[in-house]
Design a protein around this ligand. Structure first.
Ligand code: ADP
Length: 346
């Protein structure tokens, strides 16, 4: 086995107890005594699991958990804490912790949980090929299907002399293929770690452009799409990347909405950041799905009949990081979601 556990804890005695018991069970351990060191140790050692204390000086466990989730959506995080109110437990789970162990803890219970999560993670890593051939297979499959349907509709249109009836399907198919290719080329660039050339970008211009692009789609879906305010701020970014990030968010806000619903976009001009909020009154996201929605190719089951490839939010997350910004989400199932992207000001 030899799975690798990162212990993040500021009490020396607890560290010793954990280290001793985990090593006895055959785990390799790494220790960080505060949040800053935890993030460094994570980067350096890529552990299979993190045991994370909440109350620490400096960056606390909540913040570390959030950061770890941003870096790696699947790494198991077990929170250790003396706080045991329901609110705290729910907060931990919402932020993305996989489990929760109240202090003082039973060593046996802790070892059982560690075993369950660490084995799963090392198994998942083992089957993920570095080239991610699964994504490639999916893309080839989607492109083939779209081509077949494009060909089918075009020949129907030609045969029946009623091209108007089939043109919308042809347009949809072509757009789907275009989006897919766009996503793939951006992805390969970002995953290779290539830098985006950063310039100053007028954020309002990009917001307006994206909302214009989606106006027709929104009207078709009977969704009211509007911008609530303006901002003269310029941000440090890349116009194509900013547009793509906003396109993906507005597209989801329309797609996962209901007839008669609304999508509101507004900007908050803050000291260092400009925040663009995309709020919808759509189907919302179940709390247990929240930690996974930024995963590559992850789609919420039963999320309406909306088409998608599960790459949208993953790409927004990568784009925002590449521009030194970030993305956040708040959502209530059945009521709607608000995605907030923060862009660094020039
Ligand atoms: P896709 O839309 O292609 O499935 P995304 O990565 O854009 O992929 O989104 C991942 C999942 O998150 C979606 O399948 C959907 O279930 C959920 N989601 C994203 N945005 C919203 C939203 N505004 N409202 C409700 N659910 C959303």
């Amino acid at each position: 086995m030899n799975e690798h556990v990162l212990i993040v804890e500021d009490e020396k005695d607890t560290v010793e107890l954990l280290k001793y018991n985990l090593e006895k069970e055959g785990y390799k351990t790494e220790v960080a005594y505060n949040g800053e060191d935890a993030l460094k140790a994570y980067k350096q050692h890529r552990p299979d699991l993190v045991l994370l204390d909440i109350m620490m000086p400096g960056i606390d466990g909540w913040e570390v958990c959030r950061e770890l989730r941003r870096k790696n959506r699947s790494i198991p995080v077990i929170m250790l804490t003396a706080l045991s109110t329901e609110d705290e437990r729910i907060k931990g789970l919402t932020i993305g912790a996989d489990d929760y162990i109240p202090k003082p803890f039973s060593v046996r219970e802790l070892l059982l949980k560690v075993k369950r999560f660490a084995e799963k993670e090392s198994f998942i890593r083992g089957i993920q090929s570095p080239a991610d051939s699964d994504t490639l297979d999916y893309i080839v499959h989607e492109l083939k299907n779209s081509l077949i349907s494009l060909e089918g509709y075009s020949s129907l249109a030609m045969k029946k002399g009623d091209s108007g009836r089939y043109l919308p399907y042809i347009k949809d198919g072509a757009r789907h293929m275009g989006n897919l290719l766009n996503d793939v080329s951006l992805l390969s660039m970002l995953e290779k770690g290539e830098m985006l050339p950063l310039k100053s970008v007028s954020i309002m211009e990009e917001v307006k452009r994206v909302v214009d692009i989606f106006q027709e789609e929104a009207v078709k879906s009977r969704v009211d799409l509007s911008i609530l305010n303006t901002s003269a701020a310029t941000i440090t970014g890349n116009a194509t990347a900013v547009r793509q990030a906003l396109l993906n968010l507005v597209s989801n806000a329309v797609k996962y909405n209901l007839a008669g619903g609304r999508v509101m976009v507004w900007l908050d001009d803050e000291a260092e950041f400009v925040k663009v909020r995309v709020k919808d009154t759509g189907i919302g996201i179940p709390p247990e799905e929240m930690p996974r929605i930024f995963d590559k190719r992850y789609r919420v089951r039963g999320g309406g009949q909306a088409k998608g490839n599960g790459l949208g939010l993953y790409i927004v997350d990568l784009l925002m990081k590449a521009m030194g910004g970030e993305i956040d989400v708040a959502s209530k199932e059945g009521h709607g979601s608000t995605f907030t992207v923060s862009f660094r000001k020039v």
